[in-house]
Design a protein around this ligand. Structure first.
Ligand code: PEP
Length: 251
């Protein structure tokens, strides 16, 4: 049985004080939820404070990105060991905004996934097609390539989480239908089965893209959707806790 995950990606939002307040509201708000995993990914500047705030709770900390070297002359970058040091258990890798604005390629994603695993961080590897790619009918080619190349050389999959985030659904209010999402999730699981056999049955595949407490109910009812990666709706306690509540009722 796969344990569901709800992960909040705060992107470039929130001061330290705002982050502490939001983290505290989430920590308190999930006190009665006894299963599943809740992860929050504040900006780097708030990681240390949020790490303190959630200490001893069931909320886990994630970073939004990392570099694939341990240390060195890489101005502006953050090493995976630094994230471990600050209390991160997870790290987002290959988010579509990283791919779009910072030109991250599948090879960068692969180097980061392998490095994260090597230091004991769990990567949440993001994949997804653009609107143009979906219209062209090449969703499977794109997502298949991202999954296979992102995981190249990874021989143990247990600590990897995959997030399927159609780019056209991120921050647009245009959520994928549950059938569209399930179709791609099942496709991804099929690839994982080819690569890792029965271990693929335990891998969590999250859906991301304009998830709210009002649309998560149907998505989470699908067999291969194991939770959500949430952007906009994770910035307010009510929206994020509402999603957690809905998922915990259904999974
Ligand atoms: C995201 O950035 O990962 C995301 C899913 O954003 P939103 O929920 O705002 O679409």
């Amino acid at each position: 049985m796969r344990e569901w995950i709800v992960a909040g990606n705060w992107k470039m939002h929130n001061t330290i004080q705002e982050s502490i307040a939001l983290a505290k509201a989430i920590k308190d708000g999930i006190a009665s939820v006894k299963k599943g995993e809740v992860i929050i990914a504040p900006p780097y500047t708030a990681l240390a404070s949020v790490s303190e705030t959630i200490k001893g709770s069931r909320v886990s900390l994630a970073a939004q990105n990392m570099f694939y070297e341990d240390k060195g002359a890489y101005t502006g970058e953050i090493a995976p060991g630094m994230l471990k040091d600050i209390g991160c258990a997870y790290v987002l890798i290959g988010h579509s905004e990283r791919r779009k604005y910072y030109h991250e390629q599948d090879n960068d994603v692969n180097l980061k996934v392998k490095k994260a695993l090597s230091v004991g961080l769990k990567p949440i590897m993001c994949v997804g097609e653009t609107d143009e790619e979906r219209v062209k009918g090449i969703t499977r080619d794109v997502v298949g390539r991202q999954v296979k190349q992102g995981l190249a050389g990874v021989d143990k999959i247990d600590n990897v989480v995959i997030a399927y985030e159609p780019v056209w659904a991120i921050g647009t209010g245009k959520v994928a239908t549950s059938a569209q999402a399930q179709e791609v999730h099942a496709f991804i699981r099929g690839i994982l089965k080819d690569l890792y056999g029965s271990a693929a049955n335990d891998i969590r595949i999250l859906y991301g893209g304009s998830v709210t407490k009002d649309n998560i109910g149907e998505l989470i009812g699908m067999e291969d959707i194991d939770g959500a990666l949430v952007g906009g709706a994770s910035l307010k306690p009510d929206g994020f806790l509402g999603i957690i509540q809905k998922i915990s009722e259904k999974k």
